[in-house]
Design a binder for this molecule. Structure first.
Ligand code: SAM
Length: 207
């Protein structure tokens, strides 16, 4: 486990610098990606926010999804370890005029969430878990479970291990799906739906 901890620490450090360095061009790159529309449609199909819902976006980045949820009337919290990505998000929040729906944007990491137990209706984590081994995904899901309300929902994505895009990229962790789903169930999540979106698999989980 010590070796895994060291590996995870190194990935976090690498990704922090990577996203700080790429914050300026992140949004253009994302929307030009071949998966973007499918991912966005999957998100819209599954994440049914009611006005006033309290939501958390982990690895929120420049806030592509956080801003959508704010526009749906959610009270939003976002967390990300890259200060430069969060700078971009703060600018977009002002441009969109949605300040009243943004409760708190924090710099921090996914396995150690700075929120009390049971306060969120929804937690989403999009485009982040794929950089990490399954052990980290488990630590993040454990934290998500802690901060979700008893009837809360979670929307996450992981790479589809059967897609060639995933197989060709050695920085993407490709989980054994049986193991991944067994792990989520061991944390007492129910899998409500799965959706293929490009090379990603989107999951809707209920507590
Ligand atoms: C591919 S971007 C996704 C951003 C946003 N969720 C989206 O879909 O547009 C990955 C984001 O995860 C953040 N990140 C990576 N590892 C993290 C960690 N361990 N804890 C918190 N944020 C992390 C990065 O800084 C980056 O902003």
């Amino acid at each position: 486990m010590k070796r895994k901890d060291k590996e995870i620490k190194e990935i976090k450090k690498f990704r922090k610098k990577f996203y700080d360095d790429h914050a300026n061009d992140y949004d253009n790159g994302w929307w030009n990606g071949e998966n973007a529309l499918e991912e966005f449609e999957g998100f819209k199909k599954f994440v049914k926010i009611k006005p006033g819902d309290i939501i958390l976006d982990i690895g929120t980045g420049t806030g592509t999804f956080l801003i959508e949820m704010a526009k749906m009337g959610a009270i939003c919290y976002g967390i990300d370890q890259s200060p430069k990505m969060l700078e971009k998000l703060r600018i977009k929040v002002k441009q969109e005029g949605i300040e009243k729906n943004i409760e708190k944007i924090s710099e921090g990491t996914a396995e150690n969430l700075p929120y009390p137990d049971g306060i969120f209706n929804w937690v989403v984590c999009i485009g982040m878990i794929e950089y990490y081994p399954l052990e980290y995904a488990k630590a993040v899901l454990l934290e998500i479970n802690r901060v979700l309300m008893p009837d809360g929902h979670c929307f996450i994505d992981i790479p589809n291990p059967n897609n060639p895009y995933t197989q060709e990229r050695d920085w993407i962790f490709s989980y054994n799906l049986e193991k991944f789903e067994k792990m989520t169930k061991s944390l007492e999540f129910k899998i409500s739906a799965r959706n293929k979106a490009g090379f990603m698999l989107q999951y809707l989980l209920f507590k």
